[in-house]
Design a protein around this ligand. Sequence first.
Ligand code: Q0Z
Length: 425
Amino acid sequence: MDDTLLGIGQVAKESGLTVSALRFYAGSSILVPAVVDPATGYRLYRPTQLRDARVLAQLRRVAMPLRDIRQILAAQADLAEVAVIIERHLRRLEAELADAKRVFSTVQHLLDDQENRMSTTNDALSGLADRHLHSGKVRDLYSADDGSLLIVTTDRISAFDYVLPSEIPDKGAILSQLSLWWFAQLADAAPHHVITADVAEYPSEFRPYADVLRGRSMLCRRLSMVPVECVARGYLTGSALADYQRTGAVHGVALPPGLVDGSRLPEPIFTPTTKAPVGDHDAPMTYDAVVETVGAGRAEKLRALTLDAYRRGAEQAASAGVILADSKFEFGEAPDGTLVLADEVLTPDSSRFWPADGWRPGQAQPSYDKQFVRDWLTGASGWDRTGPPPPLPEAVVKQTRARYVEAFQRLTGRRFEADVQPQPA
Ligand code: Q0Z
């Protein structure tokens, strides 16, 4: 055995730890010097303890608690036990990262309250900042004390991947009520996550905000969300068209030759995507990738539920003179394993709606709701699509609001009434 002992200064130098840190660890029963020279009082370490000091220095870099490090140094011959301790710490770090993301999202929301004068719901709901979980481009998510979730649909509008600096009055209420109506229409095909949209039934912490929430929010069961965006397409456009033009297939599904932008597909197809973090784009998944992610049983149910919901939606839309080109559904799992339809359904924000009488395969189809916005942004506005987009002129706001109202009334057969508590469909 090599019994050349090392001084504390040398161990510090070669491990990257400081002398005072080494003293502190020794006081915590980690890396206790093998020998204290009785004459000088110097702390002396064995060569193997230098390796321990290096291990310690590395593990502290990833904030591993001292008790875990003590265990690892004691168990070092047993690599399986070391792996268990490392795995446990990795899961802690992942949980902390998820927590940090929520914190950052809340911070952005808080700052937005001050910066973004245009966002009326942000201002009105700033008292709920500590319950705020997440914001999408258009909707905000809050958590209730009883574990349920509140989805608030704002009047924000996005185009070309930007949230515009103008709002469309009542858009949030219209889309929220459209989604509620569809949940009710689809209820015999799939259970859904809505508990109530009646503000009088909301948990008490939301009562002070009843006037802002009424008509534009829904209280939902908290589910374990399936990490797959379930998209169904009956028509070829967008990223699926690009896929097809490159490979002749879409998400691994072969399609007949000769299809063009806006072509109706022989039958609706399931084109799932990954859920990308904020700001990223979703990536296509093959069916096999879905099976790998959620298991064969869930994958088959998701595909069947998605295609069924799409078919029903497309059929009802068609009878109102509207083409439902494609739609994205999100599912969550209830504690008993049931797959539950969640998020929003069959709204213009989750789907492509085209006016049936303007359908011309072979060219880009006009959007039912956003065409005035897109035309103005790419034309008269002079915006070059690099920086943030300019505010919309009043006329474009009015035309666009009218399109949302019209879509709601055609699809549901109901009148849209602002500031009214929606009744169950
Ligand atoms: C949905 C989202 C946002 C609205 C989480 N029932 C549920 N259970 C668990 N999680 C969710 C739901 Cl809906 C959930 N999202 C997306 C974000 C507003 C919906 F800011 N995130």
